[in-house]
Design a protein around this ligand. Structure first.
Ligand code: KIV
Length: 276
């Protein structure tokens, strides 16, 4: 039987202000996705700083080819399950596709993910004007926001596939400007996905909020992976930016602990996990 928080460890809870302190102190932030209470408990036991209920669940849990069919109800359902497995690990939940189409919808989605689901922060993709407005509206109503820039999966059709972003100088400059804009709008955390390592470093220096990379090189303030990728159970080819941490280890707990250790020491990501 799944045992709830009775056996919760005494680790100090990770908070939105403590993430900023970690950047200031040069302590790398360990983030990993989770979609249910049992895996959330594994993250908690391994001392992962931030759990993300990503809309990647549409792909790795539901078997879709993209994240676009995930609904707000499904996100609230999975967020609630993950919240019940956590104690000190900070919980971030994704606003699914079109939940951020305007400020009222973004506020409604944020309120449900925090109020019903138990998230401490919500993640929003992009930096177009209505997204900046939504970030401001959420943060003004005390819902902390994690921004997500670069290869934002909800833009898969606009990009023509899951393609690395920011390779050309102009595109790189635009992403730096977007990162500064989401910080100015009130974002507390910034996920950078699928960009050259040099650009990950440049953006990390250009903003004062912590950056979390996934295929964004070793210079971000932290790293995130999809748990199915880092356990080597995603069907098909392993994404270049990921690593199978279960290979050579005998448990999920050992794999997550190794991931946390390698992120904190800077051993992961290695150059082969990045893009030029
Ligand atoms: O949905 C997700 O899991 C994500 C991560 C890939 C950052 O957004």
């Amino acid at each position: 039987m799944y045992v709830q928080k009775a056996n919760a460890p005494t680790r100090k809870p990770v908070t939105v202000p403590s993430l900023r302190a970690m950047k200031a102190e040069g302590r790398r932030i360990v983030m990993l996705t989770a979609y249910d209470a049992s895996f959330a408990a594994q993250l908690e036991m391994a001392g992962v700083d931030v759990a993300l209920v990503g809309d990647s669940l549409g792909m790795v849990v539901q078997g879709h080819a993209s994240t676009l069919s995930v609904t707000l109800d499904q996100m609230v359902y999975h967020t609630g399950m993950v919240a019940r497995g956590l104690h000190a690990t900070l919980l971030v939940a994704d606003l699914p596709f079109m939940a951020d189409r305007d400020v009222p919808h973004a506020l409604e989605a944020g309120a449900r993910l925090v109020g019903e689901g138990g998230a401490a922060m919500v993640k929003i993709e992009g930096a177009s004007p209505h997204i900046l407005e939504a970030i401001s509206a959420l943060t003004e109503r005390v819902i902390p926001v994690c921004s997500h820039l670069g290869l934002t999966p909800q833009s898969v059709h606009k990009f023509g596939g899951f393609r690395i972003q920011g390779r050309a100088q102009e595109a790189a400059d635009a992403l730096v400007a977007q990162a500064q804009a989401v910080e100015a709008a009130g974002a507390s955390l910034l996920v950078l996905e699928g960009i050259p390592s040099t650009l990950g470093e440049r953006i990390t220096r250009a903003v004062s909020i912590p950056t979390i990379g996934i295929g964004a090189g070793p210079h971000c303030d932290g790293q995130v992976l999809v748990i199915h990728d880092m356990l080597g159970i995603t069907p098909g080819k392993r994404p270049k930016f990921s690593k199978d941490f279960l290979a050579g280890r005998d448990s999920v707990a050992a794999a997550i602990a190794a991931y946390a250790e390698e992120v904190r020491s800077g051993a992961f990501p290695a150059p082969e996990h990045g893009f030029d």
